[in-house]
Design a protein around this ligand. Sequence first.
Ligand code: SF4
Length: 367
Amino acid sequence: MNYSNVCALSCKFCEFYRKRGDEGAYEHSIEDVRREARGAVESGATEMHIVGGLHPYLPFEYYTDMMRAIREEADAAAGGLESPPPCDTSAPGRLHIKAFTAVEVVHLAKIAKVYKQSDRKAGIRHVLEKLKEAGLGSLPGGGAEVFDDRIHDEAFKGKIRSDVWLDVHRVAHELGLNTNATILYGHIDHADERLVHMDMLRKAQDEALTRLGYEAAADGSVTLTRAGVAQPTPDMTTRGGYFQTIIPLPFFPDGSDLEALPGPGGLENLRTIAVSRLMLDNFPHVKAFWIMQTLGMAQLMLQCGADDIDGTVVWYDITKVGGSSTHQETTAWDLQQAIREAGLEPVERDTLYRRVERDGKKWWLSA
Ligand code: SF4
């Protein structure tokens, strides 16, 4: 759900944002949000993924009310269950709320008037604690772009820089919230800058995994891809959260202020997946984001290091393929076919990467 496309910023690559009063500008009421949540539960969704523009006028309470409204609707639809036990097929799964990129979290800290440059982590912590209390389950990975001040200042000026983005995710991990990470590549960035980005992510993940009890090598690094190394699991979030997946996002120039640029080609996209898998060997998963690259390309990405395809998305306004349509949808059956054709076994997961069993729209967590 994109709750609003009204944004205080005007990033060059973005064709999503509007200014208030512009044609096509919108903001959802809490009633709209409830309707969306009901619709999600009724259609058998495991997750609501929520992001929006940096709305300059909505108060902080709008966001906590949004979380509470979704929780109420989802829990009412699921019979008021607090936490269905694993393997209990009579207990429907609980809709997970994954919401707000790092730049939105910082924006919320500013509108809640708790953000101070001298101690930004305190403001971020305040906001994330309140959102978690209201029902937030995890953070998506958007807004990272490429961690480099030159790129940031040329293409994403006004958005948070890498140190702030990483602080938001560090604080989320400290609070036991899992998060994802992205890299938006193929615009004014260079290959070496992408590697620096990945290195910064892997160091932040080393910190998170060490907190969970993983033993680090002499240089402080943790590796998850070695044979016999157990993967982190959601029950570890009592000790802290961690990055679950890296999502390489190719830049699509159409309709943005950078549309004179060619954008990355297919081979470059596949190589970026492969390099992500190699560099981020402490990330449990690498995602083939078919929404931006088609399901056919995603099959090749599965053979280049990705192990995750996401998902049967219905609406995704922020990242349009070629600017053509905002309605992008596939079926579970199509995803399963694509995965099998790529030589792999499809497994449905929830947001926290737990195995899901499903009977039509009813789903539950597997053992
Ligand atoms: S990318 Fe995000 S912050 Fe930038 S203009 Fe678009 S909606 Fe606003």
